[in-house]
Ligand binder design. Structure first.
Ligand code: ATP
Ligand code: MG
Length: 422
């Protein structure tokens, strides 16, 4: 970037466009063409045979992609219902029913279900026909009038909704749930809301009702679905979001500042630095660009040449803002294991328990971890959202670039007087 004094005033008008934050739409959504194509394909299904699971590590762009899918689905004639399930870990079957009816009502409240005769009060009594729409009280009324278990009531209600919907120009309804890894069955409480959801959609889809599930969540999501109902394996198309490639990362950096009124230009060398640092992880791209933009604005305001991308300072800030909260939640023993994992050459990919136990950094007498120890701690780390186990029993770190952070901690702990290194 090469700002001049004259340009400094323009910065004030041109706000920092970058958006590092959970669910914040980026100024330019880079890449994801393949994923958008796959979703479009799902919308085109005659009979809904496949539903969507959109998964990936923290900060990969699941929420913003789901948000991008919404207008796409609506322009194809679908209604869109759904919510964020962050708070719903202790959900019961009744809660699940209320959840679905509440979300559905928002989408269907203007659809006419039937009309009924109403006598108006007043001096002259008149009879008129009024429309009854599928709002929450209608849906709840239908639900309550159906006998049986929660699943019977939900199936009955949604079939009735579909009959009303068929007469409209709507294609169907997408039920979109973000943070769906929080869904769970609770055997001890005899509550199976996750299985209920899967049974419900499978049964409705078999009856040719055009309702589609779009679930978004961490990589634990899909194994959880399959564990609840084996047929889930066939019911979903899985989109696993990866980091952006170099070209896409370049676009994510460049496009937001190649805008009318933006006085900043970014040179290829700086783009390369940001690419190498962020490895295309979308949250980090937004984070670094936001910092860089501010730093360059400040230096230009005091008439200085822009400094190189301040990687050390950004790393330090990122460690505090993003990683340290997660690190603080880990126990001492869990941290020790994470230190061993961070030394594995494949720590950014998948690794096995055996690779951990056999690694030279796990050979310290009295301190080394046995296989069963490793299993135990990995399971606790998985509950804490720091690692996850895939369907083939291999593990991965659930937070992008966590290995780098852990190695930085080790350097700092080993010698607190060392100057900070990125
Ligand atoms: N394709 C993209 N191009 C540029 N920036 C992106 C892209 N996708 C996401 N981002 C940015 O990355 C950040 C994280 O996005 P988002 O919150 O959607 O991720 P997430 O996968 O839902 O994370 P979490 O698992 O924490 O919920 C946001 O700041 C967003 O603006
Ligand atoms: Mg999200």
């Amino acid at each position: 970037m090469a700002p001049t004094m004259k340009m400094a005033k323009e910065y004030a008008r041109f706000k920092n466009p970058f958006r590092p934050g959970a669910g914040h739409m980026p100024p330019h959504l880079a890449g994801r063409d393949k994923e958008i194509g796959e979703f479009q394909h799902l919308l085109k299904q005659d009979t809904v045979l496949k539903n969507l699971v959109l998964t990936g590590l923290r900060g990969l762009g699941k929420t913003v992609l789901l948000e991008t899918f919404k207008p796409m689905a609506m322009s194809e004639g679908w209604l869109w219902a759904g919510t964020d399930l962050s708070e719903s870990t202790s959900i019961s079957e009744d809660n699940m029913a209320t959840r679905l009816l509440t979300d559905l009502a928002v989408a269907t409240s203007s659809i006419v279900y039937t009309s009924k005769e109403k006598t108006s009060a007043g001096f002259i009594r008149r009879r008129e026909q009024v429309d009854v729409t599928l709002n929450y009280s209608t849906l709840r009324g239908i639900y309550d009038s159906i006998p049986g278990l929660v699943s019977d009531k939900l199936k009955g209600t949604l079939e009735i909704v579909w009959i009303s919907l068929k007469d409209t120009r709507h294609e169907g309804i997408v039920f979109a749930y973000d943070e769906a890894q929080n869904l769970a069955d609770h055997t001890s409480k005899d509550q199976f809301p996750l299985s209920l959801l899967l049974d419900l959609f499978q049964s409705l889809q078999r009856k040719e009702c055009r309702f589609m599930l779009a679930l978004t969540g961490l990589p634990t999501l899909f194994p959880k679905l399959v564990e609840a109902r084996t047929f889930a394996e066939r019911m979903f198309t899985i989109i696993f979001l990866g980091p952006l490639n170099e070209k896409e990362t370049t676009e994510a950096i460049r496009k937001p500042i190649e805008q009318e009124g933006c006085p900043i230009k970014i040179v290829p060398k700086s783009i390369k630095t940001i690419w190498e640092f962020t490895r295309g992880y979308p949250y980090f791209v937004q984070y670094v660009c936001r910092e860089v933009f501010d730093v360059w604005v400040q230096s230009s305001e005091i008439g200085k040449k822009p400094p190189p991308v301040p990687l050390d300072e950004i790393t330090r800030k990122l460690d505090t803002d993003f990683f340290s909260g997660r690190w603080a939640r880990a126990t001492d023993r869990q941290r020790e294991l994470l230190r061993v994992i961070a030394e594995l050459p494949n720590c950014d990919g998948e690794f096995t328990v055996q690779e951990i136990t056999e690694h030279p950094s796990n050979q310290e007498p009295d301190k080394s971890f046995s296989g069963s120890h490793v299993n135990q701690i990995l399971s606790a780390l998985s509950d804490a959202g720091l690692v996850y186990k895939n369907r083939h029993g291999k593990y991965s770190l659930a937070v992008p670039l966590l290995g780098h952070f852990v190695r930085r901690q080790k350097k700092q702990d080993d010698n607190p007087y060392l100057p900070f290194e990125g």
